[in-house]
Unconditional design. Structure first.
Lengths: 243, 243
DNA sequence: CAGCGTTTGTTAAATTCCTTACATTTCAGG
DNA sequence: CCTGAAATGTAAGGAATTTAACAAACGCTG
């Protein structure tokens, strides 16, 4: 965050303290930048500034249980993610236990689970848990630990005792990088630990990513491509060998 | 205004008291009418219901002059709870590790923690964690487990390994019932397990309740009065012996 | 039960918003 | 002064919202 951006944000907050709601276009004018910049400022400023259909308001205004609409972080490639998840959801049977990885991709999977499915879902990210809790008929198991704001997830530096006593039919993993040689990678090392642990326990492992991730390489390696039973993108299911 | 419309509006208001923001399309589905009808209901109801870019929210959220009845409707005795927490927050030192119980009471405690305090907070309820995550400088440790929608909390049927490796300076407990003879009680048995575990580990234990809880008795017992170092209500701090 | 005004639903067009991709600018380090 | 990364601007498409007009259903009244 540059000094200029911090200053813009501060000015915006000040404006919000006087007028509860400011329209995007007006804010852009007042701050002397483009609407796109204001948009981007807000996207990197969850928690303080809320954004709703073109209108900006102080996040404090909306403080109960944060509705997902207010998760202002830009969810890039959302359409592709949703489509990939539409393919992935077909892997779920109505009474199974599944693992759902953190990140924005698999949020869409949660939404797509049919309402009458009586599944048990294991997760370790707050936004995933929050989304799961909106659905009826789902038993949620959360892996706790220390919270990591960057991914809204928890890292169990301790043993995942609970995992040992749960049979996982299918694990749905996400990744920030997918590469034929270097396998699946993510941004944060603590995530990699959880992913690996789960992959060792699940009967089936599916990598669910939008195709923009293919060819990319991130810091934290967690599995080679042949560690997955299938790779699911917006184009459908593919064998991990085909990468 | 017809009776049916008044009823719809009341239902909508009730929905808003639970979920601060509802999308137009979702509201239409929940109310069993078309989006256009919801739109028209809102148009003739400015002042109570606000509408912004496809999203419905309580007018109190965005209108400074609007009455706060809405905000307090969902959380009874909110003012007393906030006051009790204002007393409780003084027990926290800037670098301590604290435990925060589930329920609506201690949400206020989170809000009242000074922003520059570098504390570590242990919790096991999703709404508490979510609220904690809004604050900078707080390290959050979450106890996972199976989710219980009624209290938004998790029950670790397994050992809380992580608790053993954390030193808890102060534990802030809430209760649904406080009685001189029968001690502190809550609604759910799984909560009692966590509370007892924590109370055994924390250096200081504070019971934070609004005074409406005094004299009440609930199903799940978790501690006798002398198990607490102090009982904090909206009237201030009191010795547990005084009950 | 016919008539009439009100409420509600449906559709289509106009507007606005969101995402993506790419061009441009800025700025710090070499 | 050059270079590369980050920040910002621009534009196009697709998606969502808004508005308006009209049709259908409802409820009351005579």
């Amino acid at each position: 965050m540059t000094a200029r951006k911090a200053q813009r944000t501060a000015r915006l907050m000040h404006l919000l303290s006087e007028r509860r709601v400011i329209h995007l276009s007006e804010a852009a004018t007042l701050l002397g930048v483009s609407e796109m910049t204001v948009r981007r400022d807000i996207a990197t400023n969850q928690g303080q500034i809320a954004y709703l259909g073109g209108h900006i308001l102080a996040a404090a205004e909306i403080d109960a249980d944060a509705p997902y609409e207010l998760a202002t972080a830009a969810d890039s490639h959302a359409a592709a993610k949703r489509e990939a998840c539409a393919h992935a959801v077909r892997k779920i049977r109505p009474d199974e236990t599944i693992f759902i990885d953190c990140g924005t991709t698999l949020i869409h999977l949660v939404d797509l689970i049919p309402d009458d499915y009586q599944i048990t879902a294991i997760c370790y990210a707050m936004n995933v848990a929050e989304r799961l809790s909106r659905k009826a008929n789902i038993t949620i198991i959360m892996l706790g630990g220390v919270y990591h704001p960057a991914s809204a997830s928890f890292s169990g530096t301790h043993d995942f005792d609970i995992l040992k006593s749960v049979g996982i039919n299918a694990a749905f993993l996400s990744a920030a990088g997918v590469d034929a040689k270097r396998g699946a990678t993510c941004e944060h090392f603590h995530e990699a630990v959880v992913k690996q642990k789960v992959m060792g326990l699940a009967r089936e492992n599916y990598l669910v990513v939008d195709s923009s991730k293919i060819g990319k390489l991130k810091r934290a390696f967690f599995a080679p491509m042949d560690g997955f039973d299938a790779v699911i993108t917006e184009h459908g299911e593919a064998s991990p060998d085909s990468f």
